[in-house]
Design a protein around this ligand. Structure first.
Ligand code: ADP
Ligand code: ZN
Ligand code: ZN
Length: 721
């Protein structure tokens, strides 16, 4: 008999353990099986399979319980490596999530240990067999065709010899083989040679390559030449036969990165991101596992690919919020990258113009090795103008486009240069208020104001996507007087621009215009071919674009983010302003940046205008110290989420009462309702993260803990709103 231990998806945290089953044939760890669990056929993930000489009865006697048998085996080969197995165990401990949820986060959808999985796509191959059979001349011809090109896809044979193909198999002249379909990497045309490095770049490259440290923070303003340094270090690693992983925040927003990597490394490259379909992801997964893919450029989940011989990990724009997974398990890609770097004894380079406060603080404490590129390759930084909107509005200027911005745009457009305008709110009007009682139209499923979208004449909730017509009768006071509009989004901005600059060609990029496949790419391509003069959009245009002809960037409502209650709101605002400013003047033409803000004296605005990261860091660390926020402390956020309000509240209260130690327990905080779910949160804040984790784990394992499966756990949360 084989004793099988497997992980099974179930909601009870105290049961985060393996379950025992029996099987009569050998099994491989890391494969999926079907088993009955609570009388339901479920998918289990095999942890171990041990052979024993005992019979079923003897085993049951020894263990003192009845055992069931494995119903079927879904995979022949292990889906993971030993490394990924250890990683899942570590992740489960550090993020306080179940082991099975960690395996699920790692594996592509096709092979997730999840009940109701899809199957991998297979294809049939043929080759000639040894058997001596009599064949007609035409059959012989088909046979020779296979012999000269084997192994051959059956579909190819059938298209050449439709009448002979199946007969040859039936006669036994050809042997069939069913294999999983594998990805083919697109051939790239011409490879581009590396650029000769500047002195600064060479120094940084030498320092990283010769140091025995493992984690590096490479700080350099946008355009300083970080990417070129990554690529040249990667080249040396590849030449030694090792694999390279390059993590980027969002593929569709960084088309230039893909272009540069593929023109450098050609056929060795695999690209892994959320827009791939399940089959494509699975194929890329297998290619990395078999070592066929040697360089991978990918987003967050690429950090789990089954590399066998990793020689370098690069994480570009390491401060980007997309690296943090908010769902369970709430992991940070950076932590995973560093763990894997240690496992493979390879270097990890974190790159950024505006490193996260946490990383920079670590670098100053020499936990990470800090290297910097201080100058832009083209040696100029854009000139920044801060426009105080309150004053402008008092003088009767438009609350959307200040006179300063309009005048600068006119100048640039006259010279046939391009402008980018960034407004972090989509839709037409931000809020519609009842004319009688002033109550805004609120989403029936969330506690959030809905925005008016004029294109479709519809109200949309940006949190849950719910849409509805503007109600004829105010739900709050019953009045029929109608609504007044407040605030503005990208749709309204587009209309204003059309009126102001009737000659200019506009492109709008936001969640509404990019929902079609390749929506991002087609807009960005059109803009880079200068098919438009002005690109306007939400924060998605602030990232990684490199357009030499853009000489003016305007940021509207640039400090809106400061109004959020999150302790990181200054950091994210500073980051957005810095990045957006980095879009301007990327070539020899000098660039300009306009910040339209309501609080021009705020240090986040002032430091971004001066492109002074260091000064911002100093101010922000003072603020974090005063409030005892990270990186001075650690946080764990526990949120009870439930459709029944009283249940969510009760769970949070119970957690508060049962979590007391040498840390602060903050809350219970009532959050906005989202998607019909009430949310109540408590936050642990302290210096001893290990103790905080242990206490949470123990609390969750108590029988008395209400509704455990409804508790969302986030260790080191990045978003607190
Ligand atoms: P970053 O990643 O820091 O934003 P990049 O590596 O993208 O910077 O470089 C910015 C621009 O400068 C790119 O257009 C790139 O092609 C160019 N560049 C980078 N390194 C060199 C070099 N050594 N010589 C000439 N041009 C370079
Ligand atoms: Zn009303
Ligand atoms: Zn909603």
């Amino acid at each position: 008999m084989i004793l099988v231990q497997c992980w099974i998806e179930h909601p009870v945290r105290s049961l985060d353990q393996t379950f025992t089953y029996l099987y009569d044939r050998p099994l491989t760890a890391g494969t999926r099986v079907q088993v009955f669990f609570n009388r339901r056929l479920s998918v289990g993930f095999v942890e171990s399979a041990q052979e024993t000489n005992e019979t079923k009865e003897q085993i049951e006697e020894r263990l003192g319980m009845k055992l069931q048998t494995v119903q079927s085996v879904l995979d022949e080969q292990s889906l993971i490596t030993d490394e990924l197995h250890d990683l899942a165990m570590w992740m489960s401990k550090t993020t306080l999530s179940t082991v099975i949820s960690c395996f699920q986060a790692m594996l592509p959808a096709k092979v997730k240990p999840h009940t109701g999985t899809q199957k991998a796509v297979t294809e049939k191959w043929v080759s000639v067999s040894e058997a001596a059979v009599e064949l007609t001349p035409k059959q012989l011809e088909a046979y020779a065709f296979v012999r000269d090109n084997q192994p051959m896809l059956y579909s190819r044979l059938r298209s050449e010899y439709p009448n002979q193909a199946s007969i040859l198999i039936r006669k036994g002249a050809l042997a069939e083989q069913v294999k999983e379909r594998t990805a083919t990497i697109a051939e790239t045309a011409e490879l581009v040679k590396p650029l000769p490095l500047t002195e600064d770049q060479q120094t940084v490259k030498d320092e990283i390559e010769s140091s025995s440290d493992s984690v590096f923070l490479l700080r350099g303003v946008t355009g300083a030449g970080k990417t070129e340094v990554y690529l040249q270090i990667a080249k040396n690693i590849l030449d030694r036969g090792k694999q390279v992983l390059i993590l980027v925040p969002e593929i569709s927003l960084t088309p230039q990165m893909i272009e540069r990597v593929s023109s450098r490394f050609g056929n060795d490259l695999a690209i892994y991101h959320s827009a791939l379909n399940a089959q494509e992801k699975y194929e890329q997964y297998r290619m990395v596992m078999t070592g066929k893919a040697r360089v991978v450029v990918g987003t967050r989940s690429a950090v789990f690919l089954p590399f066998t011989d990793l020689g370098l990990i690069v994480m570009d724009e390491e401060q980007d919020s997309s690296y943090k997974q908010e769902n369970q398990p709430a992991y940070h890609c950076r932590d995973i990258a560093i763990w894997r770097g240690q496992y493979h004894h390879c270097k990890v380079i974190l790159g950024s113009a505006t490193p996260s406060l946490d990383s920079y603080a670590r670098a100053l404490k020499t936990v990470y090795h800090l290297v910097s590129l201080s100058k832009r390759i083209n040696l100029t930084l854009p000139d920044t103008v801060i426009v105080p909107m309150k004053q402008c509005m008092k003088q009767g200027q438009s609350y959307i486009l200040s006179d300063t911005l309009i005048q600068k745009m006119e100048e640039r457009l006259k010279k046939k240069e391009q402008c980018i305008l960034l407004l972090n709110r989509r839709g037409y009007h931000a809020v519609m208020r009842c004319r009688s009682c002033q109550t805004p139209v609120i989403c029936p499923h969330c506690d959030l104001a809905m925005s008016y979208h004029r294109d479709e004449r519809i109200m949309k909730c940006h949190a849950c996507g719910y849409q509805m017509k503007l109600p004829a009768v105010c739900p709050s006071c019953g009045s029929r007087e109608g609504y007044s509009a407040f605030g503005y989004g990208t749709q309204k901005l587009e209309q204003i621009l059309q009126e102001k600059f009737p000659e200019a060609r506009l492109l709008r990029m936001d969640a509404d215009t990019t929902s079609v496949k390749n929506g991002h790419a087609s807009i960005l391509d059109a803009f880079s071919r200068h098919e438009a003069d002005i690109l306007l959009g939400t924060q998605m245009i602030a990232k990684g674009l490199d357009y030499p002809n853009v000489t003016l960037v305007g940021i509207l409502n640039g400090d809106e983010g400061l109004n959020r209650t999150d302790f990181r709101s200054c950091e994210t605002t500073f980051d957005l302003l810095m990045q957006a400013a980095g879009r301007s003047g990327r070539s020899n033409v000098s660039g300009e940046v306009v910040f339209q803000v309501f609080d021009p004296d705020h240090y986040a605005v002032q430091c971004a205008a001066a492109q002074d990261y260091e000064l911002f860091f100093k101010y922000e660390m003072q603020f974090r110290h005063a409030g005892q926020y990270p990186p001075y402390t650690y946080l764990i956020s526990l949120t009870a989420v439930n459709a029944v309000q009283s249940r969510a509240e009760k769970t949070a209260l119970w957690l508060k009462q049962n979590l007391n130690g040498s840390y602060k327990t903050i809350g219970v905080i009532s959050l906005l309702k989202i998607q019909d779910r009430y949310r109540y949160r408590i936050i642990l804040k302290g210096r001893d993260l290990e103790q905080m984790r242990n206490d949470v784990r123990q609390a969750l394992e108590q029988k008395e803990c209400p509704d455990v499966s409804s508790i969302r756990i986030d260790v080191n949360p990045t978003e607190m709103d």
